[in-house]
Design a protein around this ligand. Structure first.
Ligand SMILES: Nc1ncnc2c1ncn2[C@@H]1O[C@H](COP(=O)(O)OP(=O)(O)OP(=O)(O)O)[C@@H](O)[C@H]1O
Length: 271
């Protein structure tokens, strides 16, 4: 969990020591103190309506991501989580609403312009170059060739399995290793905001653990919007969450307020 932009409730828990009015007042002010500062608002999605042809998939999505946070976007299959990421990236541009990055409107811009402004994407389907080696895959994901050494160190430090296979063709890796490589490529991209789509999908439990550890490490200095159906993973890595249902946000809060068994989450997430 990233440490410096936690949800308001984190601090309330430590600030509330007793029930006297004086303590309550202290707790309230501590609570206010840790609310994300409006100046730190990185991504603001407001009233976004997105269609595939005539199919109205997002029906007014609102969410915010502040600098330094990891925000989980959860919901059942088909509710529009990937479409929300695609709407931010302008891969499927919204027909209504606004997507602002540090106050600048992204709707109407091309996806390459969104990427140029520091928004990275680790898509659900693993985007790697099968014909290139593992090392070459990492190198080409580092924006400035001078930083390649640091990028390789980050990638191989995060996923030692990849270091052992650095000279192998990426296409020869196992599915789990390919996912690690896709995540490593995202992490070395020096992005201000990383959109991560279902990183644990289809992976064996041991690899899910490695991926969760890597994301938790990355969360220390990367702002992320994370789509993830693995609830324990999402709640472990994220500071706040949004739940999407039928193309709109139906719940949101701090991850410290809920656990994977919470009825509050299960009613929207179980099949
Ligand atoms: N390219 C597309 N063309 C038409 N409909 C699409 C397209 N992509 C997704 N959809 C539909 O839009 C809806 C939302 O899909 P989306 O992929 O955003 O859901 P999701 O919440 O990410 O679910 P999943 O976990 O299954 O990916 C679904 O009904 C899906 O079938």
């Amino acid at each position: 969990m990233s440490s410096d932009a936690g949800p308001p409730d984190d601090a309330t828990a430590s600030a509330v020591g007793g029930a006297s009015p004086a303590v309550d007042a202290d707790a309230r002010s501590a609570d206010d103190d840790v609310r994300p500062d409006a100046d730190d608002l990185l991504l603001a999605v407001e009233g976004v309506e997105t269609y595939y042809g005539d199919s109205h998939v997002l029906e007014g999505v609102d969410l915010e991501v502040y600098e330094g946070e990891v925000v989980a976007l959860m919901g059942r299959n088909g509710v529009g989580k990937t479409t929300t990421l695609r709407s931010v990236l302008q891969l499927t541009p919204p027909r209504e609403g606004s997507v602002r990055l540090r106050g600048e409107e992204l709707v109407g811009r091309g996806t390459h312009e969104v990427a140029d402004r520091g928004v990275g994407w680790i898509p659900e389907e693993r985007r790697i170059f099968a014909q290139l080696t593992v090392e070459e895959n990492v190198r080409v994901a580092v924006p400035d060739a001078d930083d390649a050494g640091a990028g390789l160190e980050l990638a191989f430090g995060t996923f030692p399995d990849l270091a052992e296979r650095r000279d192998a063709d990426a296409g020869d890796l196992s599915g789990g290793q390919q996912q690690m490589l896709a995540i490593a490529r995202g992490l070395v991209g020096d992005n201000d905001l990383l959109l991560v789509d279902e990183p644990s999908e289809g992976l064996a439990p041991l690899i899910v653990e490695a991926v969760a550890d890597a994301l938790a490490d990355a969360a220390a200095d990367t702002t992320m919007l994370l789509v993830e159906q693995n609830l324990p993973l999402a709640l472990d890595v994220a500071d706040r969450f949004y739940v999407l249902d039928h193309g709109a946000v139906v719940d949101e809060g701090g991850t410290a307020e809920v656990d994977a068994d919470s009825e509050r989450l299960r009613r929207y997430l179980s099949a």
